[in-house]
Ligand binder design. Structure first.
Ligand code: AMP
Ligand code: TRP
Length: 329
């Protein structure tokens, strides 16, 4: 086992990456890297997970590249972190099968994401959707992960990875580290701009649900203008005001201003002023990411992914060899 602390996380290459993905996940990976110099970070593009919902092949391969570029454009430096595709390391699916055989159906039936997604995709409730958390457990456990930084919706899956690790260790002897979960309380669950009852989501039917990291200034302006607000007109944070509180959270994350200071700044002003300022800050926040994104060369990216896959596989193959031996294969 390693002495450096290791974090592992992943995002599905299923289209746009929105502010929820950024602040719920990527931002925290970067913050953790800044705080702890001696950290091993694995940033995975979980392309196998994406397949639980049908993806057009040519779109999927573009989305994989785009997500890898976004990781880099957001500030994940490939010389410090391992960026790789899940499907480049076959040990992920191999371990997933082995873990499937010790995972109780009842545990999987409890998973709220499975219940939600099967509700959303009634015509394609496939076995992959059901066993999705076991593949995620394999992702995490292969690397002796200490912490998994994710948004609130993934907490239950990381907890299941702990349950599976414990069960395997009990059956076959100490093999897997039980991973911890890291959820940033501020950005754990950004809400949809068009409906604060729901979370910001890639699979939303309307693009007014989210701000994508690649949205142009015009689009950001249009989306913020249309964003739902609460009754009243004050810029005040509170549980009874979920829409404006969500916008204020986004404001705070993009500017690093505290909620209290944002309230002070907008005393006596209305939603119009607030939205105008939020638009400006978001445009400025997205600009450097978009600039970096357009400068990444495709060949360079291929080399980064290839190298990331080789590095990841070195660790994953050792772990799977140990597991096979313990199981008696
Ligand atoms: P996914 O798009 O499902 O692959 O999610 C990638 C990461 O973004 C995971 O860590 C999620 O928990 C996180 N995430 C997704 N939506 C949100 C949201 N609305 N607020 C905060 N985090 C989110
Ligand atoms: N299931 C996660 C999501 O939808 C993505 C994911 C797959 C992941 N494997 C992972 C996240 C391992 C963290 C660690 O967001």
């Amino acid at each position: 086992m390693t002495s450096k602390k290791r974090i592992f996380s992943g995002i599905q290459p299923t289209g746009i990456i929105h502010l929820g993905n950024y602040f719920g996940a990527i931002y925290n990976w970067i913050q953790l890297l800044k705080k702890e110099k001696d950290l091993d970070v694995f940033c995975c593009i979980v392309d196998y997970h994406a397949l639980t919902v049908f993806q057009k092949p040519e779109v999927l391969s573009e989305n994989i590249k785009q997500l890898a570029k976004l990781y880099i454009a957001c500030g994940l430096d490939p010389s410090r972190v391992t960026i790789f595709r899940q499907s480049a390391v076959p040990e992920h699916t191999e371990l997933a099968w082995l873990l499937n055989c010790i995972t109780p159906m009842a545990e999987l039936e409890r998973m709220t994401q499975y219940k939600d997604k099967s509700e959303q995709h009634k015509s394609n409730i496939n076995a992959g959707l059901f066993t999705y958390p076991v593949l995620m457990a394999a992702d995490i456990l292969l690397y002796d992960t200490d912490f998994v930084p994710v948004g609130e919706d993934q907490k239950q899956h990381v907890e299941l990875a702990r349950v599976i690790a414990k069960k395997f260790n009990n059956l076959y002897g100490e093999t897997f580290k039980e991973p911890g979960v890291y959820v940033n309380p501020v950005s754990a669950r950004l809400r949809a701009l068009d409906n604060p009852e729901k979370k910001m989501s890639k699979s939303a039917s309307s693009e007014y649900n989210y701000i994508s990291l690649t949205d142009t200034p015009d689009i950001v302006e249009k989306k913020i203008k249309k964003a739902v607000t609460d009754s009243g007109s004050e810029i005040k944070y509170g549980e009874a005001r979920p829409a404006i509180s969500n916008l204020m959270t986004i404001y705070s994350l993009a500017t690093e201003m505290s909620i209290k200071d944002i309230e002070k700044k907008f005393i006596g002003k209305g939603y119009g002023d607030f939205k105008k300022s939020l638009t400006e800050h978001l445009v400025n926040f997205l600009k450097p990411i978009q600039k970096k994104l357009s400068a990444i060369d495709d060949n360079e990216l291929e080399a980064i992914l290839k190298n990331g896959g080789i590095e990841a596989r070195k660790i994953a193959s050792k772990k799977v060899a140990e597991v096979r031996e313990k199981i008696g294969l």
